[in-house]
Design a protein around this ligand. Structure first.
Ligand code: PMV
Length: 336
């Protein structure tokens, strides 16, 4: 049945309106930093990411006629800080006249700490809401709706290597390689479970307004995207390592050059980078990338993962390490 945007079919009164979806965070190899439209949350640049396998967020969305307002529960506790963002996202998926819902979320990794928890959360939310409220948006529309809530969330709609491109007044995500076509692994070094001091959305605006490096960042992004796309197509690890580290350090330079400066790293972040530099000097195929937070992600070939995990676990200040492969895009796990 073809449906208009923000509409839903009329269902028998007895049809239960509940669905659960699961999504994995993605980590950017070529980063998104800066918005070209804050109202529609459109990124200033394209980006390329990998969707992870073993970190996840699940979202159950259930219509509840007894509610006067949406309810959001995260890891077993009522959560009011994110509720407005969740409700707005639901309005965009199902229209402002939608029924009120109870949203129950489970997340198995630290939240708001630079591990793309919002990407996984909003990818899972749009997919679950679409199924629970019978909206029938297609994948492209869901990616766009997820991106409105969190720029990087659109990429978690797909698995493996994903490119997000700007298209006129919207975005488009596409798969570059599946998780099976180049099964890289990622060791995540946790250096603190604390939430970040400034949200990435606010920080991007500070960078756009004040960083002397911001315009150069925008100018150079197409060349970085070309290099990474080519490296992925050829499964050229060394080339991908070189462009991904360069792009990551450039994004953080834009942040450091902002006023006030935006510094998400701590001393353990730097210690992890040194550990990875030593491994590289020993001939290990590994590179680092860091998003808007202090955690370090070491991307590697599977044969090297155990050694890298050990080295990062022994790095001063690291509180935990997690190993994950690449995984699929967001999907409904149960629906009624
Ligand atoms: O989607 P947001 O608003 O959390 O922004 C994410 C920005 C970075 O993680 C730093 C880079 C990226 O491309 O994911």
């Amino acid at each position: 049945m073809a449906l208009g945007y923000n509409s839903r079919p009329i269902l028998p009164e007895s049809t239960p309106m509940r669905a659960t979806a699961r999504a994995q965070p993605n980590i950017a190899l070529i980063k998104y930093w800066g918005k070209r439209d804050t109202h529609r949350n459109l990124p200033a640049v394209g980006s390329i990411s990998m969707t992870l396998a073993d970190l996840y967020t699940s979202m159950q969305v259930e219509e509840d006629a007894s509610l006067d307002a949406d309810v959001f529960e995260l890891n077993g506790r009522g959560e009011t800080k994110m509720l407005t963002r969740v409700s707005r996202c639901l309005d965009r998926v199902a229209g402002e006249t939608r029924p009120k819902v109870r949203v129950i979320s489970q997340c198995n990794f630290p939240i708001a700490a630079g591990l793309a928890s919002s990407a996984a959360a909003f990818a899972a939310l749009v997919v679950a809401a679409n199924a629970a409220l019978h909206c029938e948006h297609d994948d492209a529309a869901l990616a766009s709706l997820a991106g409105r809530a969190s720029g990087s969330a659109a990429r978690s709609l797909l698995g493996g290597f994903v490119e997000l491109e700007n298209r006129d007044a919207d975005i488009e995500v596409r798969s570059l390689l599946t998780e099976h076509e180049w099964p890289l692994q990622v060791v995540v070094a946790i250096t603190t479970a604390d939430s970040k001091p400034v949200s990435s959305g606010d920080a991007m605006e500070i960078s756009r307004e004040t960083s002397p490096f911001y315009d150069r960042w925008l100018d150079q992004q197409p060349a970085d995207l070309d290099a990474a796309r080519d490296a992925i197509a050829n499964r050229d690890f060394a080339r991908l390592a070189s462009i991904a580290e360069h792009n990551c350090l450039k994004m953080h330079s834009v942040m450091w050059g902002s006023r006030p400066p935006i510094v998400y790293w701590n001393s353990a972040t730097l210690a992890c980078m040194q550990t990875i530099r030593k491994l590289q000097a020993d001939g290990v195929a590994v590179f680092f990338t860091i998003d808007a937070g202090p955690q370090v992600k070491a991307v590697c070939l599977p044969a090297e993962a155990a050694r890298i995990q050990q080295a990062l676990a022994a790095t001063p200040g690291v509180t935990d390490v997690m190993l994950t492969g690449l995984g699929p895009g967001a999907a409904v796990v149960t629906s009624q």
